[in-house]
Design a protein around this ligand. Structure first.
Ligand code: G16
Length: 541
């Protein structure tokens, strides 16, 4: 091994001392207060270069973001060559490196271990980096760049991007058939698919809450490519308000109310995205002035229903078919609608897009969404081959060809690498336009069961251990029987608790036949969590 290189890495590391913190690569990478991150960022710059070497010099992405969290937080996640989340074994390497007290030795050991099992080792290493609009991102990117230089990796700093844009660029860099590896290439690919799909249709305007983050900038940029096909107004564009503060997709979903910074009008269409623009939820005011939310479950049922219709009318037969992947947060009514109305198979997995993404690969068309609005669609190679074959077939009837072309454009509109609010919004808009539906028509597909989420501060969230795709707790002992007792007394009641992967809290979800019952079930379960899992501060009331 090149001792001089390791010495360089070590020398530079002294600029980024490790604070007394135990770091864990969680649901979406490392996420903490920004001031605790420089040492992590430096080490993730090293790991990204190492990962690229282990992948035969394919480009690896490094995204600096804390997404829906407060502006004071920041975080980092690595992106694997096909634009997917970092492989699980490497999450452990990331945690090991982030916590090591002897970074030189740890990196030497890791390099040795990885190299010895690696088929495809390269001595180079290529990474691309981007960040959201958090001010702390500038210096954090610099720490990762310092690391890449010291470790003799090649790097490109792409500045401010949405998380899904960086995933897309990583994929295209390693797989140029997927598209042009640039921000412009992203807008071109997605906008041209959208324009193809909505040709000769009239679309009503949409109001977007940009969460005072990167989404606001990039929706406006996409607008320029849409040739006025979809009139957009962007609110909370970051010129005055604070990132994610009382606005954005997470705020709207959890509080089930309109974001600050926009005045809602009956009959208008609204959508909110989160701080790195990988999630989206829709909402509107009904005739009585009541706020109506269309969350990730409503989006996945809309998309799955559309695929179902188009598959039937295009007569394309698929072995593994169409399926939907959800998490325990999915509203019970959405699961019932998919099951009994659309007759589409539904799978339930743990929270975290990486789990949903993996499961969605089991289907030819795998639609996955978390209720919080994070999701996309995956297409199997078999589906792609069958679609192309049918499109090329001379005997394909014109009315079927039209459907197949729609299917192809829809596939091109999807960012398959990860959930993407820009692409997802355009998919929803195209489907609504094709069906001639308003948000109310869409909303009426099924009625959500009233639900409530709460967060409980505890001493140590890892004392809560779950099983069965997070629908049951195994620890602390005695908590699950208490939840079962509480749920048993509530009509259509369901509740679960899980430790967050992105914040230092335990989350509680409850749904029931009425809003009051959902509220009181969530409160009662929260109080049990507080008592049995070491709650801190004021007991929920
Ligand atoms: C991240 C993950 C999502 C997850 C969310 C909340 O989203 O990518 O899959 O649903 O965190 O996770 P938790 O409940 O574990 O805190 P984002 O948009 O913040 O990157």
């Amino acid at each position: 091994m090149d001792e001089e290189m390791f010495q360089n890495v070590l020398n530079k590391a002294s600029k980024y001392p490790k604070p007394d913190v135990k770091y864990t690569y969680g649901t979406a990478g490392f996420r903490l207060k920004a001031e605790l991150l420089p040492s992590v960022m430096y080490r993730m710059g090293l790991l990204a270069v190492l990962r690229s070497r282990a992948c035969g010099n394919q480009t690896i992405g490094l995204m600096v973001t804390a997404s829906h969290n407060a502006v004071q937080d920041n975080g980092v996640k690595l992106i694997d060559p096909m634009g997917e989340m970092l492989e699980a074994a490497w999450e452990n390497h990331a945690t090991e490196l982030a916590n090591s007290e002897d970074i030189g030795q740890c990196l030497r050991d890791l390099t040795k271990r990885v190299k010895s099992t690696c088929q495809d080792w390269s001595n180079d290493g290529n990474i691309v980096l981007a960040r959201d609009t958090r001010p702390s991102g500038v210096e954090l990117v610099q720490s990762a760049l310092d690391a890449a230089k010291a470790f003799r990796g090649k790097f490109k700093d792409l500045g401010i991007l949405t998380t899904p844009q960086l995933h897309y660029i990583v994929r295209c860099t390693n797989d140029p058939d997927y598209g042009k590896a640039s921000e412009e290439g992203y807008y071109q690919k997605i906008s041209s698919a959208f324009l193809k799909l909505t040709k000769s249709l009239t679309l009503s305007s949409i109001n977007i809450d940009g969460a005072n983050g990167v989404g606001a900038l990039k929706f406006a940029a996409m607008g320029k490519y849409l040739e006025n096909a979809l009139p957009m107004r962007v609110y909370n564009d970051g010129t005055s308000g604070e990132l994610n503060k009382n606005c954005g997709a997470d705020f709207v979903k959890v509080s089930q109310k309109a974001p600050e910074g926009l005045e809602m009008i009956v009959g208008e269409k609204y959508a909110s995205v989160d701080g790195d623009a990988d999630r989206i939820v829709y909402f509107y005011l009904d005739e009585t002035g009541s706020f109506r939310l269309l969350d990730g479950d409503k989006i996945s049922t809309l998309i799955a229903g559309f695929f179902k219709d188009i598959l039937v009318s295009s007569r394309l037969t698929l072995e593994r078919g169409l399926g939907v992947v959800q998490t325990a947060y999915a509203n019970g009514s959405s699961t019932a609608y998919l099951d009994s109305h659309l007759a589409v198979p539904v799978a339930c997995v743990k929270t975290g897009v990486k789990h949903l993404h993996k499961k969605a690969n089991d289907f030819d068309i795998g639609v996955y969404f978390e209720a919080n609005g994070h999701g996309t669609v995956l297409f199997s190679d078999d589906f792609k081959a069958k679609l192309n074959e049918a499109l090329l077939g001379a005997e394909t009837l014109p009315e079927i060809r039209v459907k197949l072309e729609d299917l192809k454009a829809l596939m091109e509109l999807v960012n398959e690498t990860v959930g993407d609010s820009i692409s997802d919004m355009l998919i929803v808009e195209a489907i609504l336009a094709k069906k001639g539906w308003s948000l109310k028509d869409w909303d009426q597909c099924y009625v959500d069961l009233p639900n409530r989420q709460r967060k409980i501060q505890v001493n140590d969230r890892t004392v809560v251990v779950t099983t069965d795709a997070e629908r049951k707790v195994t620890l602390p002992k005695g908590l699950q029987p208490e939840i079962d007792k509480l749920v048993a007394g509530v009509k259509n009641g369901r509740s679960f608790v899980r430790p967050s992967g992105t914040e230092d809290v335990v989350r509680v979800y409850a749904e029931a036949a009425t809003r009051e019952e959902a509220e009181s079930l969530a409160l009662a379960v929260a109080r049990k969590v507080y008592d049995l899992a070491g709650g801190v501060g004021v007991k929920p009331h």
